[in-house]
Design a binder for this molecule. Structure first.
Ligand code: GLV
Length: 323
């Protein structure tokens, strides 16, 4: 090797940070030619000459973190949501941010349906009845739930996941309403879905499911006023982000009977879950499992490191979070 080029190469860092929890999902040498440091989620983000970071969605990569990583070329978030990354700071610093769309769409839509069905058919109450030894036998009026056929599913945010949830609804015989920035023609043709504004969707839906990202515009979107316009006895499901919902308003809506049930996979202050929600017989709560299948979690980790490999090879990222 020419001495000048080897000198130059030595001056460029070859260190990459990857969330330690992803190690078991990845090949042993995920970024060949680079030294990988496995960063546990309870360790702070280090400062140094790292050129790439693959964080979990629980790690905040803000302006300070990016300043402490002056050689950073890419934040390859191992999630579809990028609300844990300061995108403005990244754009200003010329740091590429990528996410993991598509690979998790089906798993997340499936889990959304697991929650819709669990809440509609009162699975938590049924399980409790048995666990507490209170089931006295078959009764024709025991734990009667909501029949989904001919009911209306309201999809707040018909992006990839929202549409996948909607396509599954056709098999359950549901009518579909959705909100989105623009008309989703193909989705409408496939499912008969109709685009409406948020208030109309909330007023008309028997089941409302959230699929918008957490952004300054969507934080607190489901507040008291919006729960109040929902149909009496409607069901509410959130597999998007916890901070889109004002949890006290959700609890009030459950307490007043406005909501007959809620299925929640995400919370405002994860991993803390409001004890009232945990205890509520009509609230099914899960620990952020939307994309949690082995197949999908491996695909997400692999896509994140593919983005790293591309950017470090000076190729365009596969799945940039913004353009
Ligand atoms: C999970 O919540 C994700 O954003 O991928």
């Amino acid at each position: 090797m020419h001495p000048v080029s080897s000198l130059h190469e030595r001056a460029v860092s070859s260190r990459v940070l990857i969330a330690a929890e992803l190690q078991e999902l990845l090949d042993p040498d995920p970024v060949p030619g680079y030294d990988v440091e496995w960063l546990p989620s309870d360790a702070p983000t280090p400062a140094g000459d790292y050129v790439a970071i693959v964080p979990l969605l629980t790690r905040w990569i803000g302006g300070t973190e990016q300043k402490n990583l002056p050689d950073l070329k890419i934040v390859a978030n191992c999630a579809v949501g990028v609300d844990n990354v300061d995108l403005v700071a990244a754009e200003m610093r010329g740091v590429i941010v990528t996410n993991t769309p598509d690979v998790l769409t089906d798993a997340t839509a499936d889990l959304t349906w697991a929650l819709i069905l669990a809440v509609a058919r009162r699975l938590k109450e049924g399980e409790r009845l048995i666990a507490e030894g209170k089931w006295t036998g078959f009764h024709p009026a025991l734990l009667l739930g909501l029949e989904l056929r001919d009911k209306t599913l309201g999809i707040v945010g018909a992006g990839r996941i929202g549409q996948a949830v909607g396509r599954r609804a056709v098999g359950f015989g549901m009518r579909l309403l959705y909100t989105a920035r623009g008309t989703r023609r193909e989705f409408e043709d496939q499912t008969g879905a109709r685009r409406v504004d948020l208030v109309r969707l909330l007023e008309a839906s028997d089941v409302v499911t959230l699929h918008v990202p957490s952004t300054p515009e969507t934080k607190g979107l489901m507040n008291r006023e919006r729960f109040t316009v929902m149909k009496e006895g409607a069901l509410f499901v959130n597999t998007a982000r916890g901070d889109i919902v004002r949890e006290p308003a959700l609890l009030e809506a459950l307490a007043s009977g406005r909501l007959a049930g809620a299925g929640l996979d995400v919370f405002a202050e994860e991993p803390r879950v409001n004890p009232e929600l945990v205890a509520h017989p009509r609230a099914v709560v899960l620990p952020h499992l939307g994309s949690a299948t082995g197949h999908t979690r491996r695909a997400m980790a692999e896509l994140a490191v593919k983005n790293v490999r591309a950017v470090l090879a000076e190729e365009p990222p596969l799945t940039p979070a913004y353009r």
